[in-house]
Design a protein around this ligand. Structure first.
Ligand code: ADP
Length: 319
């Protein structure tokens, strides 16, 4: 292809900038025109797009968020909306599109490809690490590091007061963030949407542990596994232990991307641009066992990722 475009969509994540930058610079390096679309699918429908030069992606690799902007767009869920987006691309001679976003954004991309045949390559951009076929999504590492930073601080104050700390982290359908941050933060309990838990049993264990002299207990809860507030209140009432709840919220989305997120996002962006230029379509680039892999776009959106059973087991052993 001779002209491609890139957009970021859905929830932003640290490293999206590095990915978009790599798409742009790779395309220019290969002598291919590249357009930036502002504000995701919404921007495409509003024709908010511009041809990009190398300088347009200067000074962004270190920034969280997305310089292209992102949005949620209801009209994209209709075939008419997507057809209009297609027209706005072809009007400018754009022959292929790179979509950087989460599950929903990739689903929207897969429909556009099915309906119009325009070449599409997706990159998984979400802190949740919930895209099927890939061990990694752009931003998950930075978010996990942000949570660890919070856990370190909470542990200091928890140990000073002999408290139970309940920390709610993001992850509506996927417990990956809770699991890895819980393991690396040394949490006593990690509650994830993928696994049932028995709060009464947990409370009994906590009471026992305190009797034996435990100084404090950390519970990491993925938002999809329950409300941190409600779980904290339940524990406080049942155990009579001094319990505090922290809900980390949007802090997890922001921040300067980690080395891993910068390097991986750059590599995925490069692969996405090269694939589009060579005419490939309907793939998502991700990582498996430390290497870049391509995943079928439709498989990626039609399958649900499961939590790594080795990590789940490890969490139980280290508890
Ligand atoms: P994320 O990409 O982070 O999962 P969303 O689920 O909000 O975020 O999706 C972002 C955008 O992708 C939506 O606003 C919509 O424009 C598009 N999208 C999501 N789901 C679909 C779908 N089922 N069909 C078409 N477009 C969709």
């Amino acid at each position: 292809l001779k002209s491609i475009a890139v957009l970021t969509s859905g929830g932003d994540s640290p490293g999206m900038n590095a990915a978009a930058r790599a798409v742009v610079r790779t395309a220019l390096y290969e002598g291919v025109k590249v357009w930036g679309i502002r504000g995701g699918y919404h921007g495409l429908l509003e024709e908010d797009m511009f041809e990009m030069k190398s300088r347009d992606v200067s000074d962004i690799i270190q920034r969280g968020g997305t310089f292209l902007g992102t949005a949620r767009c209801k009209r994209w869920k209709t075939p008419e909306g997507r057809m209009m987006g297609y027209k706005h691309l072809t009007d400018r001679g754009i022959e292929g599109l790179c979509v950087i976003g989460g599950d929903g954004s990739l689903r929207g991309a897969s429909l556009l490809s099915k309906e119009t045949g325009i070449p599409i390559v997706g990159l998984p951009g979400t802190i949740d690490n919930d895209v099927w076929g890939s061990d990694y999504t752009i931003g998950c590492d930075t978010a996990a590091n942000t949570i660890i930073d919070a856990i370190n601080k909470l542990r200091d104050t928890a140990s000073a007061h002999r408290r139970v700390i309940v920390l709610e982290v993001m992850g509506r359908n996927c417990g990956w963030l809770a699991l890895v941050s819980g393991i690396s933060g040394g949490a006593e309990y990690i509650l994830v949407p993928e696994e049932e838990y028995n709060l009464d049993e947990i409370c009994d264990n906590m009471t026992e542990a305190y009797k034996k002299g435990k100084r404090y207990i950390l519970v990491v809860v993925a938002e999809g596994a329950g409300s941190g507030q409600e779980i904290g209140q339940y524990i406080a009432e049942k155990t009579q232990l001094d319990t505090r709840v922290s809900v980390l919220g949007h802090i997890q989305r922001g921040g300067s991307p980690s080395v891993i997120d910068r390097v991986r996002a750059s590599q995925l962006g490069e692969q996405a641009a090269l694939a589009l230029i060579s005419g490939l379509s309907d793939i998502v680039f991700g990582y498996s066992k430390g290497r870049v892999v391509s995943i079928d776009l439709h498989d990626a959106v039609n399958n649900k990722k499961i939590l790594d059973p080795d990590y789940l087991h490890l969490a139980k052993v280290l508890f």
